[in-house]
Design a protein around this ligand. Structure first.
Ligand code: SF4
Ligand code: SF4
Length: 229
């Protein structure tokens, strides 16, 4: 019958309206901004730069490799590399971004920058209250505004951040094991070289002994080679 669908829809609406007075789950709206629905783990908005420790500049994970800048589809990332280096999270000297800007009026929240970053340095924020009166410069976020602590990252994406921490710890442990193995190999090689150097004078001595015998005369006796008659 024509209109049955409308009546069924109205019945669902009526049931939810009346039920919302008795069942909290039927309430689909909240009193924003006083009340807020928790955002899901994989919600994303605009990128941020993660730093370790308490100093945003010293702990910044970004090494200014510019991969994200090249891969960003609308080209809204702008990076200038530093002239000097600072230690990364493994203590290795690395460049860092002297300038790192993201124009969020252009960013389309695709997360490609996050996917391509080999250093777990750029992640997606969940902050969506970013409206500004000024259209241009206010929407160009600088390195200082983009830098967020690893604790903040854990608060907004707890599962993802824990997995990233584990990856970084594994990578640091693997690098440490490789360094240790290389040091052991170098120590072994040095010991072998030292042993060869101490053995060489003895054999040279033997050779000298052979050469002191006159032509046609039997060489003098050596510990492992008796004199011939
Ligand atoms: S989220 Fe996408 S558009 Fe935005 S900065 Fe990253 S790569 Fe560019
Ligand atoms: S955020 Fe990552 S990909 Fe982009 S420049 Fe820094 S280290 Fe490279």
């Amino acid at each position: 019958m024509v209109g049955t669908g409308i009546l069924k829809g109205m019945a669902v609406t009526l049931r939810n309206f009346a039920g919302s007075y008795f069942e909290k789950d039927r309430l689909t709206t909240v009193q924003y901004p006083e009340e807020r629905i928790p955002l899901p783990e994989n919600y994303r908005n605009f990128p941020i730069l993660i730093y370790d420790g308490t100093d945003p500049q010293a702990g910044l994970r970004c090494v200014a490799c510019k991969i994200c800048e090249k891969e960003c589809p609308p080209q809204c990332i702008y990076i200038i590399k530093s002239d000097d280096k600072k230690p990364d999270y493994m203590g290795k000297p690395q460049l860092y971004p002297k300038v790192f800007d993201i124009d969020i009026s252009v960013c389309m929240s695709c997360q490609i920058c996050v996917e391509v970053c080999p250093f777990e340095a750029i992640k997606m924020d969940k902050d969506f209250e970013l409206s500004k009166r000024e259209r241009f410069d206010a929407l160009l976020l600088r390195k200082e505004e983009l830098s967020k602590s690893n604790e903040y990252y854990h608060r907004i994406h707890p599962i993802e951040a824990a997995a990233v921490d584990k990856n970084l710890a594994d990578a640091a442990a693997a690098a440490e094991a490789k360094k240790k193995a290389a040091a052991e190999a170098a120590a072994k090689a040095a010991a072998a070289k030292a042993a060869a150097t101490t053995a060489r004078p003895a054999s040279a001595e033997l050779r000298r002994g052979e050469s002191t015998a006159a032509p046609g005369e039997a060489p003098p006796a050596t510990p492992d080679k008796p004199a011939t008659t």
